[in-house]
Design a protein around this ligand. Structure first.
Ligand SMILES: [Zn+2]
Length: 437
């Protein structure tokens, strides 16, 4: 407290004059000027009054210091007032994109360029498989990082599905890639559900091993023929989800987007930068977009109606920042699973919670990467496999923080990387994976 007093008393007039947040500093500043400073010519301050003022200043300062010791809890992200409170940086502050402090932390580093066990990437978006040469190019990028099998989740059906399947079959890597199919839900009219289900069945007969990725347009933008928004739980589509159950294929579905994309876009928004960069990811306008929770409610009602359909929630259903919520879903619906694409930043900032979650729900989580950037896989392996601390993530607009490793046990890694996918997707090629014990 004494230090505080001395610092306040010794603060330069400039600092005191600087824009202060606390009334304490403003009050002390004006009293000090009154007591010690060059008095305005029209005010003569007798010496005794000066002394009285100094005593008054000291008393107020002591009271102020006591008040700050017993200060109320600060709101999140606000630090306790410091003696330099209100001081502006003398140097121009960097922008959110300019500030890239290099870490001075020295700790063991264990980068993992190649996964410990063969991996199935359930959520692949490779280039269009127009011929065997494209398949070869993609597989050659998968090899160095340890991805044994990629599922093309681009949403390909009908004739284009057959072309892609032929490209895979005619390549040297027919057991390294598999296809999911898609459904077209736009302009849905009464009776369309049956037609979509028939096409789904035909695509599976042609060789598709699952349905997806069903993109976020379903729920966010897709309309029915009558012009209303098509809700995720629309009964017209019940027959489609039931058909997926009968065919024993999983449904990989991406619903909504990170919850912050629906929240006010101010400086407390955790995804401010991403929304500033991508106008198409701003869903604040309720006249154009449903709310995040509205979409989650529709999704949950759809799931509840179809307990026999295997649903794989892409991006862990956008609940990676609230794993207890996802755990409650897993507990409630045994047919619900999660895929980890593009949410690594949330796992890597809670390595202990995520570790326990992955161990407890080790039969429910599958690996998927989403966008096709082969050099990004090693960030996933390092987060899953090591106990490394405070290491870089690869995309600044997803996260402004560093990652920590979850150090998952081998048995859990095997299920995450390939075991759960082989179990849930019977149509996958099995070559290259350890046989089940
Ligand atoms: Zn995707």
């Amino acid at each position: 407290m004494i230090v505080t007093l001395e610092r306040v008393a010794g603060a330069s007039t400039r600092a005191v004059r600087a824009r202060a947040r606390g009334d304490k500093i403003r009050l002390i500043g004006s009293l000090r000027r009154f007591a010690d400073g060059p008095s305005p010519p029209f005010v003569r301050v007798p010496a005794i009054m000066k002394r009285a003022s100094v005593i008054l200043v000291s008393t107020i300062t002591v009271i102020g210091a006591l008040v700050s010791v017993t200060a109320q809890p600060q709101s999140p992200g606000v630090i306790r007032p410091r003696p330099a409170e209100g001081r502006d940086p003398e140097l121009k502050p960097p922008t959110i994109r300019e500030y890239k402090p290099r870490s001075t932390l020295v700790v063991p580093q264990h980068p993992v360029p190649k996964a410990k066990f063969p991996v199935i990437d359930l959520h692949g978006h490779p280039p269009t498989l127009s011929g065997p040469d494209v398949v070869q190019r993609v597989v050659e990028a998968m090899d160095p990082v340890g991805v044994r099998l990629m599922i093309n989740a681009n949403g390909t059906s009908g004739e284009r599905l057959r072309q892609s399947l032929a490209a895979i079959k005619n390549s040297r890597y027919s057991d390294r890639m598999a296809m999911f199919t898609a459904i077209n839900v736009r302009n849905l009219a009464p009776g369309d559900g049956v037609t979509i289900a028939q096409q789904l069945e035909a695509d599976v007969k042609a060789g598709a091993v699952g349905l997806g990725e069903i993109m976020k347009d379903f729920g966010m933008r897709a309309e029915k023929r009558d012009g209303s928004r098509l809700t995720l739980d629309d009964p017209e589509l019940d027959v489609v989800w039931d058909t997926a159950a009968r065919l024993n294929i999983p449904v990989l579905i991406h619903v909504a987007d990170p919850a912050e994309f629906f929240q006010p876009l101010d400086y407390t928004n955790e995804r401010w930068l991403e929304q500033a960069l991508y106008p198409g990811r701003r869903y604040q306008d309720r006249s154009r977009f449903p709310s995040f929770e509205g979409l989650m409610g529709e999704r949950d009602r759809m799931i509840a109606k179809h307990p026999k359909t295997t649903f794989i929630l892409a991006h862990l259903g956008w609940h990676a920042n609230d794993l207890a919520r996802l755990a409650a879903m897993f507990d409630k619906w045994p047919n619900v699973h999660g895929e980890v694409g593009a949410i690594l930043y949330d796992l890597g900032r809670q390595p202990r919670m995520a570790h326990d979650f992955f161990v407890k729900y080790q039969d429910r989580i599958l690996f998927g990467k989403d966008s096709f950037q082969p050099d990004e896989y090693p960030y996933y392996w390092r987060t899953f496999e090591t106990a490394d601390e405070y290491f870089d993530y690869y995309r600044d607009y997803h996260a402004f923080w560093k990652l920590y490793g979850m150090a998952l046990p081998d048995a859990v890694l095997r299920k995450l990387y390939y075991g759960n996918a082989l179990r849930l997707i019977p149509g996958l090629p099995r070559a290259g994976f350890p046989s089940e014990d």
